[in-house]
Design a protein around this ligand. Sequence first.
Ligand code: MN
Length: 194
Amino acid sequence: MKTVIEMPELRYAASALAPAISEETINFHFGKHLQAYVNNLNKLIEGTVFEDDCFEDIVVKATGGIANNAGQVLNHKLYFEQFCPAPAKIAPEGALAEAIVRDFGSFEEMKAKMNAAAATLFGSGWAWLCEDAKGGLSILQMPNADNPLRHGLKPILTFDVWEHAYYLDYQNRRPDYIAALWDILDWDVIEKRF
Ligand code: MN
């Protein structure tokens, strides 16, 4: 059966994350940028060995344009699904909370490291909280469409720092955008990835 890459569903109204992320940014970022990656990927895999592969296999095995578009589809899916307008809690609980204290010292330390990774990433890319095969956590910067799956890691939390993610709302103030993301994180969703 041929693989068709579908647009994910937005779990909230486009206007619901404001002022952290405006409706205009959601409309462009989710509605135009992500839709373009999905459309490109479906076109690019047509007639290739990848058209019978599952999405994760395409993300891990592809090269060139297919890898770029598949990576961007995965990364944006993780990015948009981890937000909600009124989070029930402001920090993780349970196993993820314990692993963060074990590997970073405290939630605040992890937050500071994630903020620094996102703020200092040069050019376009993503900051990640990742889990390795032994359950260890690390924070990594990845350029362009790169993602943890291609490095044998599990993605837990991600901040998109491509300019299209924040320029309409924050212009050059990338650190302000990063700071605002913490207020809309849905830790119930993020805990389930760990
Ligand atoms: Mn993006």
